[in-house]
Design a protein around this ligand. Structure first.
Ligand code: AN7
Length: 406
């Protein structure tokens, strides 16, 4: 299968075998292209069915030549039907794609298995990323498996405890930057120019997004070779929504489906430059200088992939909205208490988004909706301890305990 890189704005093409993250002429984002015409839809599906359910099942549509890939068993997550949540969310055919089941507990693993494999193909000895938490946890794990060095830059004091612990445990060099994610990302981009010091694995890297697009293929298969009406995704740096849309549009391009879903992006109110652009009808996104939200994973004011996200949302006929922190916590609690599924606050944002999108008429109650729950709830125990009811406490005495639970 042939593939290459193409600038989304000026169309300039670049070799996939050199270190290049953005267009060397106009500076814009790059897409990976394939020779789609050479794929036969029937034999493609037959091939899929012979491989395990997960990212590498879709190898024909991944930009990797090596036989040996750096894998921890990513993807293949469940699509759970959520009937008890109907009364709360308003959508009658609601599914949650539970990305917390990935090896390091988030969707980032889909991207990193491809991204770190690519890093090895390019001969990298070191990888780097800036992160609000999950990217660093995932990259650290895949770098460990690959046997290469990993550097992560995280905003000091603003990443969830579990994620910080993961990056440390997997052996990354963790640098807490005294600033926010956007500042940390600028540093990581500077430090990785041309790949000299290290290879960059933030979502500006188009190879990483190729791994993440497999979520769309999985949903398509899980619904019985059909696309849903709507897909709702939490948006931070805006890579994932762009990747998932690329997945669905490729399925249409290959001729596997006529229908593609409308893509909805959900941001936290204190960090919502893309939702704001839609609300105000702007052509460009105005960055938020001091983003703030309880959902630290999406506490991002200057999303690098904003242009790809706008393209995805517009092409698909979707929209972007924002939800409040209290709305996010209510969604997290509802999913945990009505469906037994614990997700981190950023992931709950997409569910809070479903409710609002139904209320505001963007999504019809009868439509089939897939909500992407991007990360595991155990990543961020502190938020639960802080925002929820406090546990009861009693002396080790029968009467006292009985009094409390009756
Ligand atoms: C749980 O880890 O940006 O819109 O540095 O961890 O593709 O950025 C995390 C993002 C949603 C947003 N949900 O995805 C990072 C980072 C969870 C996340 C997002 C993130 P993008």
């Amino acid at each position: 299968m042939r593939y290459g890189l193409r600038c989304m704005s000026c169309g300039a093409e670049f070799s996939p075998d050199e270190v290049v993250y953005t267009c060397e002429f106009c500076g814009d984002l790059l897409d990976v292209w394939y020779n789609y015409q050479s794929l036969n839809p029937d034999s493609l599906i037959q091939g899929w069915r012979m491989k395990p359910f997960g990212v590498w099942r879709y190898r024909e549509l991944l930009p990797i030549r090596s036989r040996q890939v750096v894998s921890l068993g990513e993807g293949g997550t469940k699509l759970r039907r959520c009937d008890r949540l109907i009364s709360w969310a308003g959508a009658k055919n609601l599914f949650v794609k539970y990305e917390g089941e990935n090896p390091t507990g988030s969707f980032k693993d889909r991207g990193m298995t491809v991204g770190v494999t690519k890093a090895l193909e390019l001969g990298a000895k070191k990888v780097i990323c800036a992160s609000t938490g999950n990217t660093s946890a995932s990259l650290a794990a895949y770098a460990a498996k690959a046997g290469i060095e990993c550097i992560v830059l995280v905003p000091a004091g603003k990443i969830a405890l579990g994620k910080l612990a993961q990056a440390i445990a997997y052996g990354a060099k963790v640098v807490q930057v005294e600033g926010n994610f956007d500042e940390a990302l600028k540093l990581a981009i500077e430090l990785s120019k041309k790949g000299e010091l290290a290879y960059l694995l933030n979502s500006v890297n188009p190879f990483r997004l190729e791994g993440q697009k497999t979520l769309a293929y999985e949903v398509f298969e899980q619904l019985g070779m059909r696309a849903p009406d709507a897909v709702v995704v939490p948006v931070g740096n805006a890579g994932n929504i762009s990747a998932i849309w690329k997945g669905f549009s490729e399925l249409a391009r290959i001729g596997l489906t006529d229908e593609t879903p409308r893509m909805y992006g959900v941001q936290a109110s204190g960090a919502a430059p893309i939702a704001h652009a839609f609300k105000e009808g702007l052509e460009e996104v105005r960055f938020v200088e001091n983003p703030e939200t309880v959902a630290t994973a999406i506490r991002i004011g200057a999303p690098v992939n904003w242009k790809k996200a706008i393209r995805a949302i517009k092409e698909s006929g979707g929209w972007a909205i924002d939800v409040t922190d209290s709305g996010i916590i209510e969604a997290q609690k509802s999913l945990a208490r009505m469906e037994g599924m614990l997700v981190e606050p950023a992931s709950a944002a997409s569910l809070a988004g479903v409710r609002k999108l139904v209320q505001e008429g963007y999504i019809d109650r009868d439509e089939e909706v897939v909500c992407v729950a991007t990360g595991h709830g155990l990543k961020d125990p502190n938020t639960i301890i802080e925002w929820y009811e406090k546990p009861l406490q009693a002396a080790a005495n029968l009467e006292e305990v009985r009094k409390l639970i009756e």
